[in-house]
Design a protein around this ligand. Structure first.
Ligand code: N01
Length: 579
């Protein structure tokens, strides 16, 4: 491990490092000298980047993290819209690596809200002394592989350059918000807010006429809260979504205490995929819940009883109420009809209720939403729904939006229009591997990666929860920890072999990509025009990106790969000088 401290004859630099709060002595690498390589550069300081930093520091590596925001948190730093909340339960959506941390942190609600999650991330950052290794307000613009030096060279939009043999992209799956392609959207003169880039000071909608475009997870959380403030809220819906009540509530301290007594066992069940990690903590016997049954084995009474039970418990685990919901169209149609019936029982106006019932995709093939009072909100006198399937938006104008039927004027416009998911952040950088090949070219027909972790031809570059891993179909914390631990194992294997380079074998990658596709094709998942498929971004290749076999199967595959000499990874020793 190298370290460098300023000396009397150190070159002149006005600001030796950017955090005046951190004394020199506490900062192992006081300035970024582009001539001094780090061991690892990590891009992003969300959950993934922070855990990578912690583990790498623990194992003695010199690490630099670059982060675009001015603090830690990633998705929970940017998504501060009203109502932002996690759809995995707080006791499950938290780090498992430190038994002390998990015992000392007290979650206050079943599903934690964004402010509480961000406080937790800040706490973790300080508790494990991570902040001084992070350069904030720096968006990485390029990462180029230097084949001769066998290192990655990164640049940021602030002009930093840094190099390291290993680079870990912890750039998040939903970190590049998508501005909708509504003609004239730039002409709207009022304030407009992207849910994925919400102002840190918050927005007061009291007494305002507000429009919101989108009815995905973000909008479904924001709409009930904005409706309580606004004079009037108009929701512009292109595709209705399935949403299940969260039944969020304060976390009973006795329950939390009892749960924490068995934290290791609970965590193990999440890791093995025996518990979804989304909404199982409240189920007794805990976790797991009632065994799911195939739909055709159920008469109407049993079917209703099971669905009622899952609906009453709440949360994303509803998708698992009936075992074959995601693989059998008839099963899915029956479960979908159950949700339609629920929507109609909540929303009083039949026309609005009809418009809110999703018919264009099977339940669960777009990310299922979890809400608090979403459908109930349409019973308010100050909320109206515009069904864009009947009357599409023609244009935005200085005062609002015009559809084929009407014009709407607003004091504020909210765009809850989603993300360029899974590949957006990676392709937003100029990443170049061997032979100066751009990642954008390697992925021109959709992302290809071995285990969702490495891209053949891009040595020593790791993607955390990348395309081809369970990622967004899983509790992200479970997947993030597993990926970082696997990456550390690969790095240890490099060290054991005296290798300076590790890459994914092209054949192993192609076989994995084919397997990921086969698994998805065995489900109904590819049937929806979802962001999982890249369908929400015009021109993006239609490829089902996450691995749909679950975290348990995936973990077994990774363990088997490791046990078999890291099958599919190629380790190279240094070439003799001059070659
Ligand atoms: O984005 P989305 P999101 N005109 O893509 C509509 C995670 N998340 O930010 O479906 C009109 O789901 C679009 O319509 P359509 C979670 O994984 C988690 O809400 O394309 N409408 C859709 O309704 C989630 O899935 C949590 O027809 C337009 C909406 O905008 C993911 O993030 C909370 C349009 C986009 O929905 C993304 O959710 C929040 C246009 N031109 C988010 N363009 C929790 O943990 C787009 N739309 C709970």
């Amino acid at each position: 491990m190298q370290s460098q401290s300023p000396t009397a004859d150190a070159p002149d630099f006005e600001v030796p490092f950017d955090d005046p709060e951190v004394p020199f002595d506490d900062c192992e690498v006081p300035f970024d000298d582009p001539e001094v390589p780090f061991d690892v550069i990590v891009v992003g300081a969300g959950f993934a980047g922070l855990y990578a930093l912690h583990r790498l520091r623990e194992s003695g590596h010199r690490v630099r993290v670059y982060e675009a925001g001015d603090s830690v948190g990633g998705t929970w730093y940017w998504n501060r819209y009203p109502g932002a909340r996690c759809d995995a339960e707080s006791l499950a959506y938290s780090f498992s690596f430190s038994p002390e941390l998990e015992q000392e942190w007290e979650w206050t609600e079943r599903y934690a809200g964004q402010p509480e999650i961000l406080r937790y991330i800040e706490h973790v950052t300080d508790r494990f002394e991570l902040r001084q290794h992070i350069r904030f307000n720096r968006k990485v613009t390029s990462a180029h592989w230097d084949e001769h030096a066998r290192e990655w060279r990164l640049t940021t939009d602030a002009g930093d350059t840094a190099r390291a043999p290993v680079c870990i992209m912890a750039t998040g799956c939903l970190s590049v918000p998508k501005v909708p392609d509504i003609p004239g959207i730039g002409d709207y003169e009022g304030p407009k807010y992207l849910t994925g880039r919400w102002p840190h000071e918050g927005v007061d909608f009291s007494g305002l006429r507000v429009g919101i475009v989108g009815t995905g997870s973000s909008a479904i959380q924001a709409i009930p809260v904005i409706a309580e403030q606004a004079e009037h809220l108009t929701v512009f819906q292109r595709t209705p979504n399935f949403s299940i009540p969260a039944h969020n509530r304060p976390l009973d301290p006795d329950f939390a205490r009892a749960y924490k007594e068995h934290y290791r066992e609970h965590r193990r069940l999440y890791q093995l995929g025996l518990s979804s990690g989304f909404g199982d903590t409240q189920i007794q016997p805990s976790p797991g819940g009632p065994a799911a049954e195939q739909v055709m084995a159920l008469d109407d009474a049993d079917f209703e009883r099971i669905c009622d039970d899952y609906w009453a418990t709440g949360g994303a685990r509803f998708t698992g109420a009936i075992a074959d919901t995601l693989i059998n169209e008839a099963a899915n149609a029956r479960v979908s009809a159950y949700v339609h019936k629920k929507i109609r029982s909540i929303v009083r106006d039949p026309k609005t209720a009809d418009a809110l019932c999703p018919h264009s995709h099977p339940l669960g093939t777009k990310r299922i939403c979890v809400d608090t009072n979403y459908f109930e909100t349409y019973n308010r006198a100050n909320v109206s729904l515009v069904d864009l399937q009947e009357t599409p938006i023609e244009t935005a104008n200085p005062t609002g939006l015009r559809t084929t039927a009407d014009s709407y004027a607003f004091d504020a416009l909210v765009l809850a229009t989603g993300f360029d998911a899974m590949t957006g952040a990676l392709l937003g950088m100029d990443i170049r591997g061997e032979g100066d090949v751009a990642l954008a070219d390697a992925w021109a027909e959709g992302p290809r990666a071995y285990l969702g972790l490495m891209v053949s031809g891009f040595p020593n570059l790791f993607t955390v929860t990348g395309p081809g891993s369970p990622s967004v179909l899983s509790n992200m914390l479970v997947s993030i920890e597993q990926h970082i631990e696997f990456i550390l194992d690969v790095m240890a294997a490099m060290a054991e072999r005296d290798a300076t380079q590790v890459d994914a074998e092209a054949e192993a990658q192609e076989a994995w990509v084919a397997h990921v596709r086969e698994v998805a094709d065995a489900t109904l998942m590819p049937k929806a025009g979802s962001w999982y498929m890249g369908a929400n971004v015009p021109g993006k290749p239609r490829v089902f990106m996450p691995y749909a076999a679950g975290v348990g199967v995936y973990r077994e595959v990774c363990e088997d790969v490791a046990a078999n000499g890291f099958r599919g990874f190629r380790f190279d020793a240094p070439t003799p000088a001059g070659n």
